[in-house]
Design a protein around this ligand. Sequence first.
Ligand code: AMP
Length: 425
Amino acid sequence: MAFKKLEIIEPILKAVAAEGYTIPTPIQQQAIPLVLQRKDLLGCAQTGTGKTAAFAIPILQILHEQKPMAPGIKVLILTPTRELAIQIDESFAAYGKYTGIRHTVIFGGVSQLNQTNALKRGVDVLVATPGRLLDLMTQGYIRLDKLQIFVLDEADRMLDMGFIHDVKKIIAKLPAKRQTLFFSATMPPEIQKLANVLLTHPAKVEVTPPATTVDKIVQSLYHVGKMEKPQLLLHLLQDKAIVTALVFTRTKHGADKVVKILQQHHIRSAAIHGNKSQNARQGALSDFKNGTLRVLVATDIAARGIDIDELTHVINFDMPNIPETYVHRIGRTGRAGNTGIAISFASIEEREELRDIQKLIGKTIPVIHEHPFVMGAMTAAPPPVQRHRQQQAAFKPRRNDFQSQSSGSGNHVRRGYGAQRGGNR
Ligand code: AMP
């Protein structure tokens, strides 16, 4: 099915084609006609399914058909993280570039001045995280009395991240007569209750992420001592085939230490995690996307919502302690028809995590036995001392740097749209 069949107007069709999309994803096929019919929507879908375009395209169309438009915010999209907010705003920019519809994004952790200036210039579509939105509403910069469409994105994550009270406060301030689109990957009871209150006779769309995503990715496992992980990483990065690598650590501290060592070895890298400023995170992400950085080291929370089409390698420097997080992490590679490679480092302390992951994915991750840092205890084979020492001498990493690795936070499963993705944002 082509986008044209969904009765999308020419300026949006042209923009969608410019993004390289040819076929609407299943959620787009289902949701676009329903939103255009002005129905409330309950969407069970994760990031990676094309859900942003599933609401952004019909919203842009509805607004375009109202031209010339009265001033005021007509659409509010509430999303839990800054990264997601920025990506949604970028989607409105991309799909709406021939519509003249004005959009902006607001989020916390940065000065509000640019955001309030944009609001003063006039905005049709506002993308926001809950805290900053409430703040600017209280300060009188934002009025929502002209609101027609409210999108609640990643509702279950709002709950997980402790934003649900802010969300409810915002909802209480919205006009009662409106169209509401509600997206959540899972439906725990509290989220179901919220959906029941928010939606009127909603149409339901549900898409399960392609189960085969993980199978398309070449996975491998290195048994390695906790202390040897940096050396192993440096060793693997000698391979020029690793064009880009997203490296996951469990802790912010761990991410900084990995970057420090990589930089000592002149590997272009940066860390993104919650202690970094918003500007530093965005800067690192765009440097990674444009190839200035070869390695991006991230914690699971900071990596939420990050979407990189050309990522060749995902490296689990630390094994995640929630098995679904493994699927989510490795699903970042192998997108848009590219080959994806996922490499995991497991120390003896991570045996249980590894067992749970293999149980979840229903397969044993192939082990690479031939490497200079083979860990005796897990493989029953003693490490090849000679080569091991030679490698250490070659890399001279500061071994003490990696002594403290505490456990970190969990995450959801989020899988990519897989081979059908063609975007390159
Ligand atoms: P989302 O689930 O909204 O985060 O979208 C995931 C990714 O899929 C984004 O990188 C989009 O650029 C891409 N995408 C969305 N719709 C399509 C489509 N119809 N064809 C190919 N890629 C798409």
